[in-house]
Every structure is written in structure tokens, then in C-alpha cells.
Ligand binder design. Structure first.
Ligand SMILES: [Zn+2]
Length: 254
């Protein structure tokens, strides 16, 4: 029989029942267990964990728990002085490419609107999402805890909010992405990087048949998505998107 004490910090407590939050939890079990297995058995996905201290020393996920260990588990983006102890990943989780679960369509559009590199399609199963995250080094965003518990997933976070307007704020604040926001640089439909399409250029002349005559009369600035061919210009739709960007920006903590 092994008896240990374990404590979770900050947002990792969201995964625990209220009676276990923010305090030392006494836990007993039989047989050898890795610390990764122990943590996940308590409902906390390993990808949300960035640092584990056992009796004050940092360990990796393969550490085999010993009797009377005192374990502290820290989340990925907890800001604290971790000099001298190692995180659990070879490189910091500051990669800023994402792949989003199928139920996060609105979040995907909002993130692209702010310029983030977001791989999203309507129909993908968990296996494919996990695969893309690993092979393309993308942070997997999902509301599904089980998806992040898949073994191959090493980068991901659970989106807590169910409200699409709040989800974007949650992502930016938790991953500290504010300085990376660059609105209107990416195609909302396909994630392609937009490029300027100067009025009068040869490329513009060859494409302008696709722009409504009423728009050509007054608009001088256009952007082209080279990936899907969509042309963007200022207009009532743009004004609405601009309002949305401003609304999001005003709600992000300074
Ligand atoms: Zn596009």
C-alpha cells in the first residue's frame, strides 16, 4: 500500500471535485504507478501539467511514485519562478500554432480574425485531431478532457467557457497571447495569410471582375487570400468584424 500527499495548483483545481481543491489531498493505492497515471486517474489531463515536484525535486511523467511522497503539480501557464527546476517538455509550450476541436468553430474564426494560425475543419475525429497536434506541433484546443488524455498529445488545453465570446478571451489570457494579436492578416475561411492587392496592379486587374461594381467605385484597398482566392475589402462586413476585434481587445486584461 502506498500513501501519498498531492496538491494541485491554480487552474488544475478546475478538474477536481470541490472538496479536493487547493489543499493537500491524501491518497492511497496498491501497486506501482507512474506519476502520469496517478495524475490522470484523478481527472487531470497530463497536457495541462507543466511541472511536478516530488518532495521538492522536479520529476518527469515516468517517475514511479514512492510511499509517502509529497507531490505538487503545476499547470502549463502558471507564472512562477521555475529557475532551477525543469519543465516536462523539451521546449517551452510557446508554440503559437493551433488545431481546434470540431465544436470550436466560432473560436476558430475569432482566432483567425486576430491573426492566429488555426487549423480547423468541421469534421474530424479525435484520433485525427491528436495526430495533427503532434505531427504539426499545434496546440490542441478542446472542451473534451478525454481527447487531451490521449497518449500522443503533448500540447493542448481545455477550454472552460462554453460561450464563444468568452473563449477567445480565455485563450489569449491563459496562453498570454496578447502581444501576438495581429487583426486582419489571415483569411477567416481557410487560415491563409492575406496579402495586399493594390488597385491598378496587374493581379488586381485580372481579379477585379469578382469585385462588385459598387465597391470598385469607392474602395481602393483590397487584400487577397492566396490559398482560397477570397478577396477582402473594407465595407459593412469589415466594420462589423472591426467592432468585434475592438470588443475582444477591450475585454482582455492589460
Ligand atoms: Zn482563404
Amino acid at each position: 500500500m502506498y500513501s501519498i500527499t498531492i496538491r494541485y495548483y491554480e487552474e488544475l483545481n478546475d478538474f477536481l471535485s470541490p472538496d479536493k481543491r487547493k489543499k493537500d489531498i491524501s491518497f492511497s493505492f496498491r501497486g506501482q504507478r507512474s506519476i502520469k497515471d496517478l495524475i490522470e486517474s484523478m481527472g487531470v489531463p497530463h497536457v495541462e501539467v507543466d511541472m511536478i515536484l516530488v518532495n521538492g525535486l522536479s520529476v518527469d511523467f515516468n517517475y514511479i511514485v514512492a510511499d509517502r511522497d509529497r507531490i505538487s503539480v503545476y499547470p502549463v501557464f502558471e507564472s512562477m519562478d521555475i529557475s532551477g527546476v525543469s519543465g516536462l517538455r523539451p521546449s517551452p509550450l510557446r508554440n503559437t500554432k493551433f488545431v481546434l476541436d470540431v465544436h470550436l468553430r466560432k473560436l476558430a474564426r475569432n482566432m483567425r480574425l486576430l491573426g492566429f494560425d488555426v487549423d480547423y475543419e468541421d469534421s474530424r475525429d479525435d484520433e485525427l485531431l491528436a495526430d495533427i497536434s503532434e505531427k504539426d506541433n499545434r496546440i490542441l484546443l478542446t472542451c473534451d478532457r478525454q481527447l487531451l488524455m490521449r497518449k500522443i498529445v503533448s500540447r493542448g488545453i481545455i477550454i472552460r467557457s462554453r460561450n464563444p465570446d468568452l473563449q477567445i478571451i480565455e485563450v489569449i489570457e491563459r496562453l498570454q497571447l496578447k502581444s501576438l494579436i495581429s487583426p486582419f492578416t489571415r483569411c477567416i475561411q481557410c487560415n491563409g495569410l492575406l496579402k495586399a492587392l493594390p488597385a491598378g496592379s496587374a493581379e488586381f486587374e485580372s481579379l477585379k471582375y469578382r469585385i462588385p461594381a459598387g465597391v470598385l467605385e469607392w474602395c481602393t484597398e483590397y487584400n487577397l487570400c492566396p490559398s482560397c482566392g477570397r478577396i477582402y475589402w473594407s465595407g459593412s462586413h469589415y466594420d462589423k468584424l472591426k467592432e468585434r476585434v475592438e470588443r475582444i481587445m477591450s475585454r482582455i486584461l492589460q
